[in-house]
Design a binder for this molecule. Structure first.
Ligand SMILES: NC(=O)C1=CN([C@@H]2O[C@H](COP(=O)(O)OP(=O)(O)OC[C@H]3O[C@@H](n4cnc5c(N)ncnc54)[C@H](O)[C@@H]3O)[C@@H](O)[C@H]2O)C=CC1
Ligand SMILES: O=C(CO)COP(=O)(O)O
Length: 332
């Protein structure tokens, strides 16, 4: 069994660390809060972020990133996307030379408009690319931790390394597919969160199943457009990290992004919703990045643009729906 380091002790980091530790890998779960690490070790559960999942003795939390990384053969980055650059820089001096590096974060960095793969390469250098992979797909942390059947995908440029990560995560309950389309998998995982906010808003406004299905399908078209411009394959977006994650997040009540949209559709303000959420909703920041990316790359992203206006320009969700419905008619 090999030592694993999971950087980020939120819901998803804790669930993935539990999967790896349940497979008898000595697993270190790093939290930037030393107090949270102490509490996790003491209570054998992450009460703050994943209270439903008892943690095995093979999992140890730590606030010391050097301790987490020393001798690790697999390093999983699962911090919110806005913290990725800072955490990668903090990890850099201690990363073992040959460790496999996998990101399970979904987002696009504000201002630089970089995908997480681009942030990692920016911080660590192009040489690490063969060791990098990206895990995405429809996977609520709570269900994965409970051993509910789940399918995800790991994408990487180098076949052997990606297969190694696929096998590291795979269990009888967690089926892991492999892909070489890093851009498609990452764009799908990041942008579905923005579409989930739109789908939640439509539900919060009291519209029906037709509206939600329309948002999912036209949202998928937007995601595929931007993925293709960045060099990804539209076929990837018909898979787990596109359609799969859209279906989950646009319909599942466990989704934090859908919740943000739903509550705003019911009339609450963004600040109010976020102050009570207790977790990250990546779609909020990614809406801004995606909107800017659409302008920069000249890609038409109508749903994303309306989500951006609702989140950042005080447009009402109802007006956003009216404007989307009254755009000029076009071919599908
Ligand atoms: N929760 C889920 O079901 C899934 C989440 N993801 C993705 O995983 C990523 C992490 O999400 P969650 O674990 O759910 O978030 P969470 O909101 O449950 O926890 C966030 C974690 O990040 C830590 N954090 C915040 N700022 C930090 C910083 N500056 N440096 C280091 N750590 C910091 C927090 O202390 C906390 O431990 C996101 O990109 C999310 O989209 C992906 C699939 C499933
Ligand atoms: O990415 C997720 C499931 O695949 C989690 O979605 P939320 O962040 O909206 O909860």
């Amino acid at each position: 069994m090999s030592k694993v380091a999971v950087l980020g002790a939120g819901a998803w980091g804790t669930a993935l660390a539990k999967v790896l530790a349940d497979k008898q890998n000595p697993t270190f779960l790093w939290s930037h809060s030393a107090d949270l690490a102490l509490l996790i070790n003491e209570r054998r559960v992450n009460e703050r972020y994943l209270p439903s999942a008892p943690l095995p003795p093979t999992l140890r939390a730590t606030g010391d990133i050097e301790q987490a990384l020393s001798g690790a053969e697999l390093v999983v980055f699962v911090v919110p996307s806005h913290a990725m650059r800072e955490v990668v820089a903090r990890a850099r001096p201690y990363l073992p030379q040959r460790a496999l590096l996998c990101s399970a974060t979904k987002g696009i960095e504000n201002d630089s408009l970089m995908l997480m793969s681009e942030v990692l390469i920016d911080e660590l250098g192009r040489d690490v690319e063969p060791r990098l992979s990206y895990l995405s797909g429809p996977s609520f942390a709570k269900e994965v931790a409970a051993g509910q059947p789940t399918a995800v995908v790991v994408a990487g440029k180098s076949n052997d390394e990606t297969v190694a990560v696929q096998h590291a995560f795979a269990t009888e309950r967690l089926r892991v597919y492999q892909s070489d389309d890093v851009v498609g998998v990452e764009v799908g995982g990041a942008l579905k969160n923005v579409v989930a906010i739109a789908a939640g808003a439509v539900d919060g406004l009291g519209f029906g199943h037709n509206a939600r299905a329309g948002v999912i399908t036209r949202g998928l078209a937007e995601i595929a457009r931007i993925a293709m411009v960045k060099g990804g394959s539209p076929l990837t977006l018909a898979g787990l990290s596109g359609l799969g994650d859209l279906v989950l997040t646009c319909t599942g009540e466990l989704s934090r992004n859908r919740t943000v949209g739903y509550e705003m559709g019911r009339g609450r303000t963004l600040d109010d919703v976020l102050s009570h959420l207790g977790h990250v909703a990546e779609g909020v920041k990614t809406a801004k990045s995606a909107y800017d990316l659409g302008v920069k790359l000249d890609v038409d992203l109508p749903i994303t643009s309306e989500v951006y206006r609702v989140l950042y320009e005080q447009k009402t969700p109802l007006q956003a729906v009216v404007d989307l419905m009254n755009r000029s008619l076009r071919k599908e």
